[in-house]
Design a protein around this ligand. Structure first.
Ligand SMILES: [Zn+2]
Length: 338
């Protein structure tokens, strides 16, 4: 008796459910082609994410060295995808040309970045130093540098929105700096700051030298030293951020598209994961209110934004002490003084 009543109850419930599910129209989900799904996480509120997060930004695309563009690109993109990193690459379009002719294979490398769900930004056409150029010369180089990258974004239904200063030189006088800021805003560019600045480029040169010398033992030594150095540098800037803001901030890391990162990006990302970091887009990082801090620095240096904010706040000199340096042996192999 109980069983049959229960069965009847179930049948009624089931018919009601079927009636509802067939008569209530489901909201139509608009299918978005994969290529135009934004890589950003604009809907994520600033405080809903964990305390340690970092945007990975990679400069000098399509690559530093002319002889291994494709290999480095493939390795970087594979690693970024494996770790689900929504990275951004900053392009120098002069590197798309070979003997004054557009090299389709190199342009395809940029397409690979967007196809892999990454974003691209403008890093000027030929990487000039704003300290040495007039405002007019420098901005002409910015405009020249957006031609192909802008069109590639349009192909993917996206807009190119970020600018990264070569050498992080933002203007050696207050006038040049303000002029450039206004120019970039008028052209709908957002400046891409860096909090974790570093001498990775010296390690990259040392790695390249060791690779050319066919010295795998030395390559491994340089690679291991690179990860140790980057962790020390990160710890230093974590401490800087804590002192300035009283909390961890969303960091922005600057590295380059080179053979060193082709081979060691996975170890670098592993290091960040082990420190509890989550990988976020540049857009998400910049939503941290730390980036709204005043930056009154106008000088020749290409320095971290943490130090620009600290200088503006006139913090005590002790704040800058103890910054890790590139080991001597790396500088010697690279033939570069830090
Ligand atoms: Zn650069």
């Amino acid at each position: 008796m109980f069983c049959s009543a229960f069965r009847m109850y179930l049948i009624i419930c089931l018919s009601l459910f079927l009636a509802c599910s067939t008569t209530t129209p489901k909201p139509k989900v608009k299918e978005i082609p994969e290529a135009v799904v934004p890589t950003s996480e604009s809907n994520v509120k600033e405080e809903t994410k964990g305390p340690s997060s970092i945007a990975i930004t990679i400069d000098d695309l399509p690559g530093i060295s002319l002889d291994n563009y494709q290999e480095v690109t493939d390795k970087l993109l594979t690693t970024l995808q494996n770790y689900q990193v929504p990275a951004i690459g900053f392009v120098n379009e002069n590197k798309l040309f070979s003997k004054n002719k557009l090299d389709a294979a190199r342009l395809n490398l940029l397409d690979d970045w967007l196809a892999a769900g990454m974003e691209l930004g403008n890093h000027t056409y030929s990487h000039p130093d704003y300290n040495r150029l007039t405002f007019e010369e420098f901005t002409a180089n910015i405009i020249k540098g957006e031609f192909y990258t802008k069109r590639l974004h349009e192909k993917y239904g996206q807009t190119m929105r970020y600018f990264r200063h070569p050498f992080l030189h933002t203007g050696n006088t207050p006038e040049k700096k303000t002029q450039l800021e206004e120019f970039l805003a008028d052209r709908n560019y957002e400046i891409a700051p860096v909090t974790i600045d570093n001498s990775e480029w010296i390690f990259a040169k040392a790695y390249h030298v060791s690779m050319r010398a066919k010295d795998p033992a030395q390559m491994a030594k340089v690679g291991e030293s690179y990860i140790t150095y980057m962790e020390a540098k990160t710890a230093f800037y974590e401490n800087n951020a804590q002192q300035l803001f009283g909390r961890p901030i969303k960091h922005t890391l600057l590295i380059h598209a080179n053979a060193l990162n082709g081979d060691y990006l996975d170890e670098l990302l592993e290091m960040y994961q082990n420190r509890g970091y989550e990988f976020i887009s540049l857009e998400t990082a910049l939503a941290d209110t730390a980036y709204d801090s005043e930056d009154a620095y106008a000088g020749r240096g290409g320095i971290t934004w943490l130090h620009r904010w600290a200088m503006t706040k006139k913090v005590d000199k002790v704040f800058y002490k103890g910054e890790p340096t590139c080991p001597e042996f790396i500088q010697e192999i690279a033939g570069i003084k830090e």
